[in-house]
Design a protein around this ligand. Structure first.
Ligand code: ADP
Ligand code: MG
Length: 236
């Protein structure tokens, strides 16, 4: 009962959120769930970076996003927090299967994303895993069906979606493509296209990159729906 009231007030605060407001400077200015608020506090994050201040409010309001900001500007939290909040607001549980998929071009970046997810998401009850190869397909497959959030590289994830019995992404709520420019540069376009074919069309998609390029907008056209473009420029 109490939880229902919290969810309702959270939804209310999100719809009341003024996207044009320049008052959004702190994480505490945003309508986050209690577990996210605690995770941010425990991780000592207080002030939003520019890309976070621009992208997170739009993402909380369920928009698709194409975000561009240079390396080091804090893009990871700009998608991890909306992912956690989305599943929290859907009251996602272990029985609901895969709710969020985060695609990264390299294993190393996937591991970094996973670490941030574990840190800031520590007070949430979701299960999360890495799918980056390195273990046998069978070993990975056994844990896969129990995961709510997966951080993956494109090729390995596609292998599982094509081959792992009992595993699907039919219920997916939110897809993230991180480092979209590198995903394209590394030749993963076909894998990502094939991956997206496995996902439900009614989902939210967040795409981030360090640079804007023709290749990135090609990928955006394929996977995003009426995206909001958020780009943060270096201040001189
Ligand atoms: P990007 O993906 O844009 O290259 P990251 O998400 O990897 O950037 O963040 C770069 C660094 O900034 C990380 O060490 C991260 O912990 C830190 N960081 C991110 N957001 C904040 C914030 N709001 N306040 C303080 N440090 C932050
Ligand atoms: Mg990054």
């Amino acid at each position: 009962k109490r939880e229902q009231e919290d969810l309702q007030s959270l939804e209310g605060r999100i719809s009341d959120l003024d996207l044009k407001s320049s008052e959004i400077k702190l994480f505490s200015d945003l309508p986050f769930s209690q577990p996210t608020t605690s995770g941010l506090k425990a991780s000592h994050f207080t002030t939003l970076t520019d890309i976070q201040a621009s992208a997170i409010p739009l993402a909380l309001k369920n928009n698709d996003i194409l975000g561009a900001a240079k390396t080091g500007s804090g893009k990871t939290l700009a998608f991890i927090l909306p992912v956690l909040e989305k599943l929290y607001r859907e009251q996602w549980t272990e029985f609901d299967g895969l709710g969020a998929l985060i695609i990264s071009p390299t294993r190393e970046l996937a591991v970094q994303i996973f670490e941030v997810l574990r840190k800031v998401g520590r007070y949430h009850a979701f299960s999360a895993g890495l799918v980056i190869g390195g273990k046998s397909l069978k070993e990975e497959a056994e844990r896969l069906t129990r995961m709510n959030i997966l951080v993956c590289t494109p090729g390995r994830m596609l292998q599982h979606l094509d081959q792992t019995a009992g595993f699907d992404a039919d219920n997916l709520q939110i897809l993230v493509l991180d480092e979209a420019d590198r995903i394209m540069d590394m030749g993963f376009q076909r894998d990502v296209d094939a991956l997206v074919e496995h996902l439900p069309k009614s989902r939210q998609t967040l795409m981030f990159s360090a640079t804007q390029s023709k290749k990135v907008s090609d990928l955006a056209r394929l996977s995003l729906k009426d995206p909001e473009y958020v780009s943060v420029h270096e201040s001189a």
